[in-house]
Design a protein around this ligand. Structure first.
Ligand code: GLA
Length: 740
C-alpha cells in the first residue's frame, strides 16, 4: 500500500456502535442505512438483488422505523430501466447510466457489479461518526467501500470511496468517483464559479434541465484557474440566504476534478463527483487501496447563510490548519517593489511594517538565483539560493534585521516550478514535466516539476526544510504555484515502467506527501497557499495551510464581490486580503475591505500622505481589537452586492456580545447621492442591549452614527441601523458592543 493512503481511524477512535449486517433483513425491506445529519438524511437501501440504492433525501426522520416506508413513496424502480439511483454506479452490467466506477479487470473483462455486503457505523465522538459500506463484485475479487463521515451538529458530510481488489493481475480503473448522490423529485438550481487570472470565483446560477452539467478542470496544477470545485445546489427554488434547502459543497482535491450534475429522464438529480478521469486511467495492483479524494458538503434547510456558518465552523474546528488559532498581519513587498529590491530597500520596509503596526514583513518573489538571477518572471525558478547581488548577507541577515525592527519575517517560494532559464533545468531536465520530443509550452514562462518522482518530492521538501534549518526564526511561508501543466509527460514514470496516465494523480499525491512530511517537522508555522491568485484552495490542501490567497485582483470593489462569493465556502480566518494600489478607491475603502479576512498590506507605506498613514496605523490597531470576531465569529451576509448598489455583512462573536458590520457602496451612480436605508443586523441576542459606534474613521471626518444610543438586539435585527452609506460615505465600518 502506498504512503499516501492515510489511515482513517486513529487508535483513540472509540467505537461505540458497530453493526455488521447480514444480507437479508427481517422486515423484507432490504438493508436500510440512513446517513443522518442533525436535520437531513440520505436513505440508502438494498433492493431484491442486493444492490444498494439511494431512495430518499430530505429531513431526517424522528422515528427510525419510519425510514422503512420512505422508498414506497417514490417510483424509482422503473420497469424497464431503474438504473439511475445506484448509490455507487458500476458499469458494464445492469446499470447503463453514467458510472461512478468503471474498470478493466485483470483478465480484460470490463464488467462490474457491486453488491452490498456489510456496513458499520463508528461513533468517533458525540458529534462525529463514520459509516462505511462494503460493496463487492460477486464474480471478481473486487470491492469498494463507501465512507460517510458526518459532523452532526454542523450538518457536514465528507464522502469518499476506497477501491481494492485481489485479482491475479492489476486492474485498470478508468473512472473512480468519490461520491455518487441521488436526489429524487424537485427542481434544482446550481450555482457554479468560473474565472481566470484576477477574475476568480465569478458565480453563475442556473436551473438544471435534463441532461448533464459538467464542471471540470484538466489543468493539472493551478487547477482552479478557470473552474472552481465549489458549488451551491438549491432545492425547489434559487439559492437564498435565509430559507430553502441548499447544499454548499466542494471536491477537496488539488488536481483535476469533475463534477457531473445530471437531471435524468425522471427529473431526478444524479450527482457524480471525483477526480477527473481524463487521461488518468489508474493501474491498481492486487491489495493496493485506491482512496479517492473527498466530496465535502454542508446541508441546510435555512438557506446559504446557515450552510456557510456551519461549513465555516467545521473548517475552523476540524480542517483548516490552526483554524482556531491566530494569524499574522503583514506588509508584503510584491506590489511595492516587484523584483527590484536590495537589502537597503527591504530593511526600510521592515520599519514601515513596524510603523503600520502589522506583525510581519513578507518578502515576495525575486530573492533567489545567481547564474540566472530572478529579476523578472523569465528566469531563476528552481535555484533557491539567495541572490548574492540583492542579498549579499542572505536571508538570515534579513530575518535578524526584521526582528530588530520589531516584526517577524516571512518568505515567498514557488517550489513546484522551474524556469527553463535555471540551473535546475540544466541539471535535472528529467525532473521537468514536458514532452521530450515536442516544443515546450510555457505558462508565465515556466514549467512544472514532476512531483510523481520521489527525488523531486525530496527536492521540494528540501527547499522549505533548508530555509527553516538555516533560519529557525522564519515565521511564515507563502507557497505559490503559477503554472498549469502543458505537455503532461513524466520521464520518471516512464523509467519506472509506470503508466503515464498516473501523472495527474501521482503529482497531487506527491504534493500531499511533501506537505505531510513538512507538517510532521514544522507542525505550526503559518503557510499561505497562493496559485497566481486563487488557482488552488480546497479542503484537502488546507489541512496543511493556515490560509490562502483568493486572487491577485485587489481592486476593492471587485474584491467585495469576490470575497462575498468565497465566503460561501471559506471562513474569513483562511482568506488573505491585502491593501494595494489597485483601483481608484481611497485608502479607507481599501483597508475596510481587506479587514474582512486576514489583513495585509502591499503598498509603500513610506509614501503615504500624513493623513493616510495616520489612518492606516489607527485601522491596524482597530483591526487588532476586532480581528478575533472576524476570524472566529459567525458571518452574516446582510445585503448582497450582486443584487444591490450596496453590500453589507457582519461578524458576531459566539457570546453575541460583540459584532463588526462592514458596509460599502458598490456603485458610484449619481442616483446614490442620498443615503441608503437601514440595514437589518443578524445573529444578535434580541434581548441584549447594544450600542453602535463607527470605527475606521478617516482623520478629520465625523461619524454620522450616534455612539451614545442604546438599542435592543431585537430593534437592530428588525428595524436595523442606518450606516448612512452614500456617495460621500462609501465605506462604513460599525462596531456593535453589548451594553450591560
Ligand atoms: C503570483 C502571486 C503574487 C506574487 C507573484 C510573484 O502572481 O499571486 O501574489 O507572489 O506571483 O511572482
Amino acid at each position: 500500500m502506498k504512503k499516501f493512503f492515510f489511515a482513517h481511524f486513529s487508535k483513540s477512535t472509540i467505537i461505540i456502535l458497530s453493526i455488521l449486517m447480514n444480507l437479508s433483513n427481517v422486515s423484507g425491506q432490504g438493508v436500510i442505512i440512513p446517513i443522518e445529519t442533525e436535520h437531513n438524511a440520505f436513505l440508502l437501501q438494498t433492493d431484491n438483488e442486493n444492490r444498494l440504492r439511494t431512495v430518499y433525501f430530505g429531513g431526517s426522520l424522528l422515528h427510525n422505523e419510519d425510514y422503512a416506508q420512505a422508498k414506497s413513496m417514490y417510483h424509482l424502480d422503473d420497469a424497464n430501466l431503474g438504473i439511475n439511483n445506484a448509490t455507487y454506479t458500476s458499469s458494464g452490467t445492469w446499470s447503463i447510466a453514467e458510472p461512478a466506477i468503471q474498470v478493466v479487470h485483470g483478465d480484460g473483462n470490463r464488467s462490474l457489479e457491486l453488491k452490498y455486503v456489510s456496513h458499520k457505523k463508528e461513533q468517533i465522538d458525540q458529534n462525529t461518526s463514520i459509516t462505511s459500506i462494503l460493496l463487492k463484485d460477486p464474480l471478481y475479487d473486487f470491492e469498494v467501500t463507501l465512507y460517510y463521515k458526518v459532523w452532526k451538529s454542523e450538518n457536514v458530510i465528507e464522502q469518499w470511496s476506497e477501491i481494492k481488489h485481489q485479482e491475479k493481475k492489476p486492474v485498470i480503473l478508468q473512472k473512480f468517483a468519490s461520491a455518487n448522490l441521488y436526489f429524487p423529485s424537485t427542481e434544482f438550481y446550481l450555482t457554479t464559479f468560473q474565472g481566470q487570472w484576477a477574475k476568480e470565483m465569478q458565480p453563475a446560477e442556473a436551473k438544471l434541465v435534463r441532461g448533464t452539467r459538467t464542471i471540470d478542470t484538466k489543468l493539472g496544477t493551478r487547477a482552479m484557474l478557470l473552474q472552481s470545485p465549489n458549488f451551491i445546489l438549491a432545492f425547489d427554488k434559487p439559492a437564498s440566504e435565509h430559507d430553502g434547502t441548499v447544499i454548499l459543497g466542494q471536491l477537496a482535491w488539488s488536481g483535476n476534478f469533475k463534477l457531473d450534475f445530471e437531471i435524468d429522464a425522471y427529473e431526478n438529480l444524479r450527482f457524480i463527483a471525483g477526480i477527473n478521469p481524463y487521461a488518468s486511467e489508474y493501474t491498481l495492483q492486487p491489495n493496493q487501496t485506491f482512496k479517492t479524494p473527498s466530496l465535502i458538503y454542508s446541508i441546510s434547510n435555512h438557506g446559504t447563510g446557515e450552510a456557510s456558518r456551519n461549513l465555516h465552523s467545521w473548517a475552523r474546528n476540524y480542517r483548516v490548519l490552526d483554524g482556531q488559532g491566530e494569524r499574522l498581519t503583514l506588509l508584503n513587498n510584491w506590489e511595492a517593489t516587484y523584483f527590484d529590491f536590495d537589502e537597503t530597500k527591504l530593511t526600510a520596509l521592515f520599519k514601515d511594517a513596524k510603523e503600520l503596526g502589522v506583525d510581519m514583513f513578507l518578502l515576495d518573489d525575486g530573492w533567489f538565483a545567481n547564474k540566472y538571477p530572478r529579476n523578472s518572471d523569465r528566469a531563476g525558478l528552481g535555484d533557491w539560493q539567495e541572490n548574492k547581488k540583492k542579498l549579499p548577507n542572505g536571508i538570515g541577515y534579513l530575518v535578524k534585521e526584521a526582528n530588530k525592527a520589531g516584526v517577524k519575517f516571512g518568505i515567498w517560494i514557488e517550489p513546484e516550478m522551474v524556469s527553463p532559464k535555471s540551473e535546475l533545468y540544466e541539471n535535472h531536465i528529467d525532473w521537468v514535466i514536458r514532452q521530450p520530443e515536442r516544443p515546450e509550452v510555457y505558462y508565465r514562462n515556466q514549467l512544472v516539476l514532476d512531483l510523481s518522482n520521489p527525488e523531486v518530492q525530496d527536492f521540494v521538501y528540501g527547499i522549505v526544510d533548508n530555509l527553516f534549518t538555516k533560519n529557525p526564526e522564519l515565521a511564515f511561508i507563502k507557497w505559490d504555484c503559477n503554472a498549469v501543466m502543458f505537455n503532461a509527460y513524466s520521464a520518471y514514470l516512464d523509467r519506472k515502467g509506470l503508466p503515464q496516465s498516473h501523472l495527474y494523480i501521482d503529482y497531487v499525491h506527491g504534493l500531499y506527501s511533501v506537505l505531510e512530511r513538512l507538517r510532521a517537522k514544522y507542525p505550526t508555522v503559518p503557510m499561505m497557499l497562493c496559485s497566481g491568485g486563487g488557482g488552488r484552495g480546497d479542503y484537502e490542501i488546507l489541512k496543511y495551510f493556515t490560509e490562502f490567497w483568493p486572487s491577485d485582483d485587489t481592486e476593492p470593489i471587485e474584491r467585495i464581490f469576490m470575497q462575498w462569493d468565497y465566503s460561501y465556502f471559506f471562513p474569513s480566518i483562511a482568506t488573505d486580503n491585502h491593501v494595494t494600489d489597485w483601483g481608484k478607491q481611497p485608502l479607507k475603502f481599501r483597508v475596510d475591505v481587506a479587514s474582512m479576512g486576514k489583513l495585509g498590506f502591499d503598498i509603500v507605506a513610506g509614501e503615504l500622505s500624513e493623513n493616510d498613514l495616520a489612518f492606516a496605523k489607527q485601522a491596524v490597531s482597530n483591526y487588532h481589537s476586532f480581528k478575533n470576531v472576524v476570524w472566529h465569529g459567525d458571518l452574516f451576509r446582510l445585503i448582497n452586492p450582486h443584487d444591490h448598489d450596496f453590500a453589507s455583512l457582519m461578524y458576531v462573536d459566539r457570546e453575541k456580545s460583540k459584532a463588526i458590520v462592514f458596509n460599502y457602496l458598490v456603485n458610484s451612480r449619481q442616483k446614490l447621492n442620498t443615503a441608503v436605508g437601514p440595514v437589518k443586523l443578524d445573529g444578535l441576542d434580541a434581548n441584549k442591549k447594544y450600542n453602535v459606534k463607527e470605527t475606521n474613521l478617516y482623520p478629520g471626518s465625523r461619524s454620522m452614527i450616534d455612539a451614545t444610543k442604546v438599542y435592543t438586539g431585537d430593534f437592530l435585527m428588525k428595524v436595523g441601523i442606518n450606516p448612512n452609506v452614500s456617495l460621500w460615505r462609501t465605506s462604513v465600518v460599525l462596531e456593535v458592543n453589548e451594553v450591560k
